[in-house]
Structure formats: C-alpha cells, structure tokens
Design a binder for this molecule. Structure first.
Ligand code: C5P
Length: 401
C-alpha cells in the first residue's frame, strides 16, 4: 500500500514551534508530510527546520512562479489524503468558515476535496469568542473535524481552553482518521447502526421541563465515526445545540418516550449504541401539557413517573434485537463495578463507562473503560471523536471476527 500523506498547514500561533515534533510523530507512524507555512507561522518555526524534517520544499507563497511551476496550489491541496491545520488560528478558522482565500493556506483549504482536520490554538478568550465558536460550528457542520484545543497554561500567561493539542495526540487522531478512511475500516459497510444521543427533555407544562447537562457530543461523534466506517446510521437525538451529522439519518426528539418510539421505528439494526442521557423520570402531568401551570401558594410537590429504559427495551431478546448492543454508564465513583453490573442488568453486550465527576458532560474529551464479555480495557483520555473512532474500530473487529 502506498504511503499515506498529509498536507500540514501551519498557522501563525506560538504552538507552531511544536510542529516539527508533529512531523516526527507522523513519520514514526509511517505518514508523510508536505507543508504549507503561513507568513505568521514562519515567525515561530523556520522553513528550513520543516524542509529538513520532511525532506521536501516548504510552500509559502500563493504567487511564487518557481513553486507554482513545480506544484500548483490546487494540485498541492489535492495531493494529500488528509489536510491538517495545526496550529489552526482564529484567522484560518474564520477564513475557511467564510469561504475566503487570500493566501496559499486559505486557498489550498478552499480548493481541497480531501477531509480537513484542525487543531485550534489561541488565547482562551479568543477561543470562547462567539465569532470563533460560530465559525467552528460552521466548519464542524461542513465536516471539518477538530482535535482539541486542550485546557492548560498558555504562552500568554493565562489559563484555560485554547492550547493546541499535543503533537502525539494530533498524530494519533490523524492516524485514526486515515485508517478509518482506508478500505480496511470500511468494514461496517452494509451494517445498520442506531445511536441515541443528547439529553431528553421532560415537560412539566409548555414552558418548563426537567432535563440534564448532556451535550450530545459523544453520541454525535460515534454516529459520525460509524458512518465514516461505512455503516448506515440513524441518530436519534434529544435536544442539543449541535449541527446534524453529515451522511447520517437524523431524528430529533424531546422526551424519553418519543426517543423509544423513534428507536423502534429505526429497527432492525445490527448495532445499537445508547449514548443518550435519558431522564429516568418525567413529571407526572395531566396530558396534554398545553396549559402553563400557575404559581401555587406553597412550593409544589412534583410527582414523577418512571420513563421507559430504552437500552433495556432494545436489548430484550427477540427477532429485532441488534447483534451488538452497547450501553453507556456515566458514574461518579466505582465506575468499573457499576458498569459491569449495568451490563448484566440491562442485558447489553458491552458497556462504555465514564467518570463524569469532572467536566465530561459538555466537554471535548472523555476517558472511558470498555467493558465487554471478555473483561475490560482502560482507554486514555482522548478527544470525544477519537473515543468514537476507537469504539468504531472495536465494533468493526467484533463483526470481522
Ligand atoms: O441506568 P443508567 O441511566 O445509568 O444507564 C445508562 C445507559 O442506559 C445509557 O446507555 C443510556 O443511554 C441508557 N438509558 C436508556 N433509557 C433510560 C435510561 C438509560 O436507554 N431510561
């Protein structure tokens, strides 16, 4: 098989100084690199260092006659299997989100027909700026995947989210992405997968509800990874702020009962992954909940009714039971013990357990334990999309064995 090659676009952030390490980490994985270095990027890392490590010329100018004659910028953008922007500055993110192309890096990004991954790096307040978040959401909706950013101390002296992910983590994500795109891991081709994600919303009246802090990010990432591996995916999602996943049949619901009905509707499936944080209880209200409750004189007492357990329902033995049923277990302590107990109680094949005592809910990263019939595997902290790809690889190998 020919060597995989990445087009690495280096933006102008201090973490550009880590990109020679990234090139080396890719080389250790047998992945080649061609580099575009922006003018700002060249303030932090030299073209000579990158040219020496990649044994290739470093591309810097859009209108450079000699370089354009050797390899045109359009060809450059298409010559790789994957385009990676690291560090992805607010400027590069903003340009691609808005379709701008006024230098070699942004032109190559707009001209490519290859998947794009970005490792953002910027000051914490820049990262949280609504304009940047809007651009990130636009790009995520366009299919760009993000690696990080990480949380930690920054070169500018501040602390928070915005540090570029470490070169090893970026290289691992790139490798997983390249593997997922290769024909080997298209092994879920022909399989149908059903995924639940997000919270459920249980109405009290037309304006009030009970819900939880689930963002849906992990479930959406799993749906995307399964689709990337060739599966035909239906994602039944509770209310989230996330964009639809490209290439996936989306069914948006609110309550647990609606989620169960939508899941049943999507059967038969070969794989069921229950990631949704389904509310175990709903307010017991006189149906339909059309009239707003009036403030009572004293604090009201909420009566709750038990919701259906979607995972247990779908896992019940029967002709429609998916071959592989995977539940999630969010725990704050004794994670492994509770997860193992949940696996047998809910009759699912595997349980993905995570510790939610930190900021997993809504956060970008996750640290999970996969509990199967054969034992358990502790996975290191990783971006939710990497957890999704690794789980997808496990699912694919389950079906191939
Ligand atoms: O019992 P617990 O809520 O911790 O179980 C978590 C697992 O069960 C998750 O996979 C979740 O999606 C699923 N679940 C469900 N329906 C419920 C409650 C949980 O499908 N009503």
């Amino acid at each position: 098989m020919s060597q995989k090659r990445v087009l690495l676009i280096i933006g102008g952030g201090i973490s550009a100084y880590k990109t020679p390490e990234l090139v080396r980490a890719l080389e250790r994985r047998g992945i080649g690199c061609r580099v575009i270095l922006t003018h700002a990027g060249s303030q932090f890392v030299t073209p000579l260092a990158l040219a020496s490590l990649t044994r290739d010329e470093v591309h810097q100018e859009l209108f450079n006659l000699t370089q354009e004659a050797r390899m045109g910028h359009i060809e450059l953008s298409r010559s790789a299997d994957l385009v990676v922007v690291a560090p992805a500055t607010a400027d590069l993110i903003g340009k691609l989100a808005n379709g701008l192309a006024n230098d070699l890096a942004s032109t190559a990004l707009l001209a490519t027909d290859k998947p794009v991954m970005m490792a953002p790096a910027m000051n914490v307040r820049m990262w949280h700026h609504p304009a940047v978040q809007r651009n990130v959401a636009t790009l995520a909706g366009d299919g760009v995947s993000f690696i990080g950013p990480d949380e930690g101390a920054m070169a500018c002296g501040e602390y928070g989210l915005g540090r570029m992910a470490e070169p090893e983590a970026i290289a691992t994500a790139i490798e997983a992405r390249l593997n997922a795109a290769s024909s080997k891991s298209q092994s879920l081709h022909g399989k149908r997968a059903l995924v639940t994600a997000g919270p459920t919303l249980e109405p009290l009246d037309p304006v009030r509800f009970l819900s939880n802090r689930s963002s849906g990010k992990q479930g959406y990432a799993i749906a995307a990874a399964l689709a990337e591996a060739g599966a035909e995916v239906t994602l039944v999602s509770g209310p989230t702020a996330l964009n639809d996943v490209a290439g996936v049949t989306m069914v948006r619901v609110e309550s647990a009962r609606d989620m169960l009905a939508a899941c049943r509707n999507a059967l038969p499936a070969d794989i069921f992954v229950a990631v949704a944080a389904v509310a175990d209880w709903r307010p017991e209200v006189a149906a339909p909940v059309k009239l707003k409750l009036k403030e009572p004189d004293a604090a009201p007492i909420l009566k709750l009714a038990e919701n259906p357990d979607i995972l247990s329902e779908i896992a019940k033995p029967g002709p429609n039971r998916p071959d592989l049923v995977i539940g999630f277990a969010a725990e704050t302590h004794d994670v492994l013990a509770y997860a193992a107990a949940k696996r047998s109680r809910k009759k699912c094949d595997w349980v993905v357990a995570n510790d939610v005592s930190g900021d997993v809910m809504g956060g970008e990263t996750n640290r999970v334990i996969l509990v199967t019939q054969d034992g358990h595997q502790d996975w290191p902290l990783a971006h939710k999309s990497d957890v999704a790809r690794r789980l997808t690889a496990e699912i694919a190998s389950h079906f191939s064995s």
